[in-house]
Design a protein around this ligand. Structure first.
Ligand SMILES: Nc1ncnc2c1ncn2[C@@H]1O[C@H](COP(=O)(O)OP(=O)(O)O)[C@@H](O)[C@H]1O
Ligand SMILES: [Mg+2]
Length: 167
């Protein structure tokens, strides 16, 4: 038996922020405090709420994104929070299509070909994971893609672990 799922108090506080009017939302906090989990969960809720919408999860290096969110956080969120929603990951274009046709795309900003592809799309949500590693120019480029017309308000999510003293 799996444990019943519940959000932590910090995650409840984050959700109040995510449900508010702000377009750009930054979560900061210690490593393993549940930032990535609560942002992925909120992104999936948005994707399920509006059919045919596009939601991007980005990180500086694609390999790091794949080793964390793609193989761990995303499947865990789906299993714990949305057990009745079927999904499948395409390893050709690193995206997940939900039953309502909404798309969740995983992208690294270190790959020119992928970045070109991203530039041709419009998103309802853009989520920058581990933003301290992402160049400001790359972030601004992504923001120009936060433009999909849908019933959803556009949202930029950002998370950042406390930077090292050298940052
Ligand atoms: N509400 C929760 N219930 C159970 N496990 C959780 C919850 N939130 C996060 N986790 C787990 O805790 C770990 C750290 O969460 P994560 O979101 O990766 O933290 P952060 O991004 O702040 O470093 C992960 O293994 C994640 O699956
Ligand atoms: Mg994280």
């Amino acid at each position: 038996m799996t444990q019943p799922f519940s959000l932590t108090p910090d995650q409840h506080a984050a959700n109040r922020l995510l449900g508010g009017a702000a377009t750009h939302i930054l979560l900061r906090g210690g490593a393993r405090s549940g930032k990535t989990f609560v942002l992925v969960r909120a992104l999936v809720i948005r994707a399920l709420r509006a059919t045919g919408t596009r939601h991007g999860i980005f990180r500086h290096r694609f390999n790091a994104l794949r080793a964390t969110i793609v193989v761990d956080t995303f499947p865990t969120v789906m299993r714990r929070c949305f057990p009745s929603v079927p999904w499948q990951l395409s390893r050709t274009d690193w995206s997940v299509t939900l039953p309502n046709g909404s798309l969740i795309m995983f992208g690294g900003l270190d790959d020119e070909e992928r970045t070109e592809k991203i530039l041709g799309l419009e998103f309802a949500t853009v989520y920058l994971n581990e933003a301290s590693q992402v160049a400001y120019g790359a972030r601004n480029m992504l923001l120009t893609r936060l433009a999909q017309k849908s019933p959803l308000a556009l949202k930029e999510y950002i998370d950042a672990n406390p930077p090292t003293t050298a940052h």
